[in-house]
Design a protein around this ligand. Structure first.
Ligand SMILES: [Zn+2]
Ligand SMILES: [Zn+2]
Length: 311
């Protein structure tokens, strides 16, 4: 701590003691209002005293002071009241959320920590997650996840729009094409409306967007991850395939193109393919969305098949 800072803190401490001492004279009087009014400067001084503990050049704003404190004590359960002291603001919880969501700091809340611990998934051995209280916090990584931060930034921007939930979700996917996004992010983009999951399915099955999950084309993905594989929608005639049928066909064909045998393990940025389902008997000719009438093709072979059909 620098010298000026120490002087400032000491001065505030002295002032606080004086204010408390002066309050003694109020105690003998019978004027409630006067007592309350004389405690106001005590509150303000106490707040400034807490704020003075972190130097201004280290952290200028309330949010910066909170981050400074977390980074000084990572992997440690921090009580909300500690953040109240260093931030000197009542709305410290909102600042914590901004650090997590807009800046990509992995700060979990007590509720999340406890829920993780109950599932045996608490990531730290030397901390008892079960004991976390709702108003506790924990910084899980000293690294800022720049990508998460970027995604949350995008999510935050899109969620504020006046669009329908489906449009906002699609926009979020488009901004992250080829990248895994989480259900949590999608839920956030949807302003925490529970319809988000259904809208994602509709984008895939009714609008022909190639959104894949563990159960719908990409068994390698972790539960709760979603990827929009391409900015192209599948042609009208290939839409409306129910997810369960899609899953069965993909599994049957071992998640590989039945023509060229391409599968996702061969994916690379210079050849960003994806798998589609093709109707053996065209949908418009009465071909049904059944296991028997569908095969798995990569998008290159799929285009080929349709080009040959037209020729
Ligand atoms: Zn087709
Ligand atoms: Zn192929």
């Amino acid at each position: 701590m620098n010298k000026d800072k120490t002087i400032e803190t000491a001065a505030l401490q002295k002032k606080l003691v004086e204010l408390i001492q002066n309050f003694e004279s109020e105690l003998s009087r019978d004027d409630l209002r006067q007592k309350v009014l004389s405690l106001i400067p005590v509150f303000h001084t106490l707040r400034n005293l807490g704020k003075s503990l972190i130097a201004r050049q280290d952290a200028a704003s309330a949010r910066d002071r909170i981050l400074y404190y977390f980074r000084k004590y990572p992997f440690t359960i921090i009580k909300g009241d500690e953040l109240l002291v260093v931030s000197a603001i009542q709305e410290y919880a909102r600042r914590v959320r901004e650090l997590r969501v807009q800046f990509g700091w992995s700060i979990i809340s007590g509720l999340t920590g406890k829920e993780m611990a109950e599932e045996g998934e608490f990531p730290l051995e030397n901390v008892d997650g079960i004991k976390m209280k709702p108003d506790d916090y924990l910084l899980l990584s000293i690294e800022q996840d720049k990508e998460a931060a970027f995604r949350w930034n995008v999510a935050n921007e899109i969620r504020k729009r006046k669009d329908a939930v489906r449009s906002k979700i699609l926009e979020y996917f488009k901004r992250n094409v080829g990248e895994a996004v989480t259900g949590e992010e999608l839920r956030y983009v949807a302003n925490n409306k529970s319809e988000w999951a259904r809208r994602v399915r509709e984008l895939r099955t009714e609008y022909g967007w190639h959104i894949v999950t563990k159960n719908t084309g990409r068994p390698d993905l972790s539960v709760g991850s979603y990827i929009l594989e391409s900015l192209e929608q599948s042609p009208e005639h290939d839409r409306c395939i129910p997810d369960p049928v899609r899953g069965v066909v993909l599994r049957r064909d071992n998640y590989a193109c039945v023509q060229c045998k391409w599968n996702h393990a061969l994916w690379n940025p210079s050849d960003p393919r994806y798998l589609e389902l093709h109707h053996i008997k065209e949908h418009v000719e009465g071909g049904e969305n059944t296991e028997e009438n569908l095969i798995t093709l990569c998008n290159i072979c799929h285009d080929d098949v349709h080009r040959k059909k037209k020729a």
